[in-house]
Design a protein around this ligand. Structure first.
Ligand code: NAP
Length: 269
């Protein structure tokens, strides 16, 4: 039986870990070939191996999404290897300037007081913007250019955050970067709609990935978040991958410029 995105080509940044990896595996189950882009080659190749094990084509392109040349090279490599790009998931991101994926340094880091804007060095702010906002813009732009040139319809999915609408003390840079991604999504959506390229965003709540490892290690804090979540649990990467799959597929063909918040009701208001 044909999958929901059968034979489409997806580029996924941040595809070595967490939400990006879950999207890669879910998309492959539904028939897509996947270009995995990330800083981390070892874990990126693990994602590639899992995708190919499920019978789809996959390749890894080492990419620092905060570098314009890397974003353009990624788009070029995807087109050279697979002919065109139908889907982009821009999931590469950091929770704060010193975040290292998988090392328990998620959220605002160990020192909440140092993370407050009053104490935050400008270079920390700039690092988060460079990856989370400018990086998403440059990835979107590089892939959108190829989508438009191909004349095929496309779906771009930006991973924002619930932090795009809810201010989190200690995470001004993160919140502003994600709010920026939300607005970028809307503007780009209007600009490329005439080419049948759709652009939407996802604003996850707290999801069990390396990014929230530090938070989850603090039992009291994790319990407080679960208790404040109407659905009574943290999210799983598959929750976000299923949302991305909907936005990638034709089932969302009348969606553009939208953001969906899979957060168990946490940030509903
Ligand atoms: P994750 O497991 O840490 O995955 C993020 C991936 O992005 C890592 O593989 C990381 O590589 C990569 N990355 C970081 N900077 C990069 C760069 N400059 N260029 C290319 N790749 C880069 O975290 P995640 O939770 O899956 O996060 C994915 C996205 O979801 C992020 O944008 C995050 O802000 C967003 N999000 C997450 C949550 C949550 O609760 N987990 C909630 C809302 C939004 P390295 O390992 O090499 O650093």
């Amino acid at each position: 039986m044909a999958g929901r995105i059968q034979d489409r080509v997806a580029v996924i940044t941040g595809g070595a870990s967490g939400i990006g990896r879950a999207c890669a595996l879910r998309f492959a189950e539904e028939g897509a070939d996947v270009v995995v882009a990330d800083l981390d080659e070892t874990r990126g190749l693990e994602t590639v191996a899992a995708v190919t094990a499920s019978g789809r084509r996959s390749t890894f392109v080492r990419t620092d999404t905060s570098r314009e040349a890397d974003c353009e090279a990624l788009a070029e490599a995807a087109v050279a290897g697979f002919g065109h790009v139908d889907i982009l998931v821009a999931a590469a991101g950091i929770s704060h300037a010193l975040y290292v994926s998988g090392q328990g340094t998620g959220e605002v880091g160990a020192d909440r007081e140092a993370a407050m804007l009053l104490n935050k060095p400008t270079e920390y702010w700039e690092k988060v913007m460079a990856v989370n906002l400018t990086g998403v813009m440059m990835t979107d732009r590089a892939i959108a250019r190829r989508m438009v040139a191909s004349g095929r319809p496309g779906s771009i999915i930006n991973i924002a955050s619930g932090a795009a609408k809810i201010p989190l003390p200690g995470a001004a840079d993160y919140c502003v970067s994600k709010a920026g991604v939300w607005m970028l999504t809307k503007v780009l959506a209007l600009e490329v709609a005439r080419f049948q390229v759709r652009v939407n965003a996802i604003g996850p709540g707290f999801i069990e990935t390396p990014m929230t490892e530090g938070m989850r290690a603090d039992e009291e804090r994790a319990r407080a978040i679960v208790n404040s979540t109407p659905l009574g649990r943290l999210g799983l990467p598959i929750d976000i991958a299923n949302t991305a799959l909907f936005l990638a597929s034709d089932e969302s063909s009348f969606f553009t410029g939208e953001i969906i918040f899979p957060d168990g009701g946490l940030f509903t208001g």
